[in-house]
Design a protein around this ligand. Structure first.
Ligand code: C5P
Length: 286
């Protein structure tokens, strides 16, 4: 039985702006997205002859079609009429879960890419990204990866010049955040501060890492409950204190990350944050 092993890289939001609520209940977004090397590893076994199975190294994650990786495999087979002849999916998770780093979406996207090749569906990357919309709003971006502008629900993608390669420290505080609840909160307030998305696009065009990092902003930071907002700010401040060019919360959080031009500064930031937080990674942009 053929076995495939693929990497599913995490994503970060360099910017995240919510433009408004739509009639379908989703929100129109404007986000600059970036892939980082921190990845889950996915092993697919095709032709098992059995029902679809999914397992992970984290016991609390779903092992049925509620797992986005399984949902993606089912969607691809349904939409293309191709059949893997029984599929088993094993996921080794490294990307923090429920963290705003797109771990589940990236797993789904990696399954789509791998099965698309193995089953020779003939779908091109854009068609595959469109299929990913059925699985989740961040899946289309994760199919393409790199540096990109994501608009609409998240599925309208424009590739951007790559962010100059840099070290990234990510730190996930232990509290968790409900994505639908944060969206509801944003609906109920007038946002005081918005990211300078146009400025980030110009800085990317100019290959200006500092210019991007200085302008990073996520509107969800403004609607976090008081104590959680304070914790996010404290992590952001620590990253900058340690030499980050800029720092920001990713997605609906709670992960906070900083971009570093100097590897030693990033290492110092990881050391320092590791004293207070269990989930701290030093990674790099890809
Ligand atoms: O598409 P996905 O299942 O990842 O979205 C999870 C939740 O996030 C949705 O149910 C919705 O509450 C919210 N969401 C939104 N607007 C988006 C993306 C997500 O309101 N563009």
């Amino acid at each position: 039985m053929p076995t495939l092993t693929v990497e599913a890289p995490a994503k970060l939001n360099l910017t995240l702006d919510v433009l408004g609520r739509r009639a379908d209940g989703y929100h129109d977004l404007n986000m600059v997205m970036q892939s980082v090397a921190l990845s889950d590893t996915i092993t697919l076994e095709l032709g098992t002859g059995g029902p679809l199975s999914v397992r992970t190294n984290l016991g609390f994650l779903p092992n049925n079609e509620k797992n986005l990786a399984a949902a993606a495999a089912l969607a691809l087979q349904r939409e293309t009429g191709r059949d893997a002849g029984g599929l088993s999916i094993a996921i080794h998770k490294r990307i923090p879960v429920c963290a705003g780093m797109g771990g589940g979406s990236s797993d789904a996207a990696a399954v789509l890419r791998a099965l698309n090749g193995a089953l020779e569906t003939g779908l091109d990357p854009l068609e595959l990204a469109r299929l990913g919309e059925q699985v989740g709003s961040d899946v289309p971006y994760c199919v393409l990866g790199g540096t990109a502008l994501a608009q609409g629900r998240g599925e309208v993608l424009t590739p951007l010049p790559s962010l100059p390669r840099c070290a990234v420290v990510v730190c996930k505080p232990s509290f968790s955040i409900s994505t639908p609840e944060l969206f509801r909160k944003v609906d109920g307030v007038r946002l005081r501060c918005r990211p300078d998305t146009a400025g980030v696009l110009s800085a990317l065009e100019a290959g200006d890492l500092g210019g991007v990092a200085r302008r990073m902003y996520n509107v969800f930071e403004d609607v976090l409950p008081h104590r959680q907002g304070a914790e996010v700010r404290a992590i952001r401040n620590e990253l900058v204190q340690q030499g980050a060019l800029g720092a920001c919360m990713s997605g609906t959080g709670p992960t906070v990350f900083g971009l570093f031009s100097e590897r030693e500064h990033a290492e110092a930031a990881r050391e320092s944050l590791s004293q207070s937080y269990r989930t701290v990674w030093l990674t790099e942009t890809i």
